[in-house]
Design a protein around this ligand. Structure first.
Ligand code: SAH
Length: 220
């Protein structure tokens, strides 16, 4: 089991990461502040503790990854969240992106297909006192119909095709950010739903995510 206390990372180490995120193009001061305040070490396996505040993706359990902080910053900024929003996240993983969103919005609904990852993430939300996160074990490709529609949706695994089903769970004026593509490199897309149901799609850059898989994992 993970130890329950993590020595707080010094301010200088945190500030160094935030500076590189700013240089990488993250400009929203609210997003930068939340990234500075969120203890990434808590979300990273013991083996990689020394690298927790590096700007790189790192392996987590179940063959998955915790996203690179720059990508978390870019995607969070691109989602254009507001404090009153209810947000759906697909792919809880370590829970790092979830925690970042939870500090910016009213409620985060997050779906993960590995029970192990979900249980570990839930323990972290509890430890951080994040009471506005609702978790679900399931296939995120189906979204969360019972709680739809959402103000915002973020997908943190690469969708093989256009996320049509998830777009159907967005409010008019809503925004969905997702990596889309079948290859090793995917297109990070932002979809904005107009009031008449029309969808505006923007390409934000190239990213590398683990794939969004169908169904729940049979393994732990
Ligand atoms: N946001 C995470 C990124 C985790 S990697 C973090 O910051 O750590 C992507 C995650 O999506 C993995 O945990 C993977 O298991 C999950 N995933 C993949 N396909 C999924 C699906 N269909 N439903 C739910 N989760 C899925």
């Amino acid at each position: 089991r993970r130890r329950m206390t993590v020595a707080p990372t010094d301010a200088e180490t945190r500030a160094r990461l935030i500076l590189s995120l700013r240089q990488g193009g993250v400009a929203d001061p609210r997003v930068l502040r939340v990234l500075e305040e969120t203890p990434r070490d808590l979300f990273v396996p013991d083996l990689f503790q020394e690298r927790a505040w590096e700007d790189s993706a790192l392996p987590i359990a179940c063959g998955q990854t915790i996203s690179q902080p720059l990508i978390v910053g870019m995607m969070t900024e691109a989602l254009r969240v507001e404090p009153r929003h209810r947000v759906l996240e697909i792919g809880t993983g370590s829970g790092y992106q979830t925690a970042v969103l939870a500090k910016l919005v009213r409620l985060v609904y997050t779906v993960e297909r590995y029970r192990t990852l979900l249980a570990e993430a839930e323990a972290r939300f509890k430890q951080l006192g994040l009471l506005n996160v609702v978790t679900r074990f399931g296939d995120g490709g189906e979204g969360w119909p019972e709680q739809a529609p959402f103000d915002r949706i973020m997908v943190t695994a690469a969708a093989p095709g256009e996320p049509t089903r998830l777009l159907g769970q967005l409010k008019p004026g809503g925004v969905l950010v997702a990596p889309v593509g079948k290859g090793a490199v995917q297109s990070l897309n932002r979809y904005t739903l107009g009031s008449g149901g029309e969808v505006d799609k923007e390409h934000l850059g190239d990213v590398r995510f683990v794939p969004l898989l169908e169904g729940v994992a049979k393994e732990l």
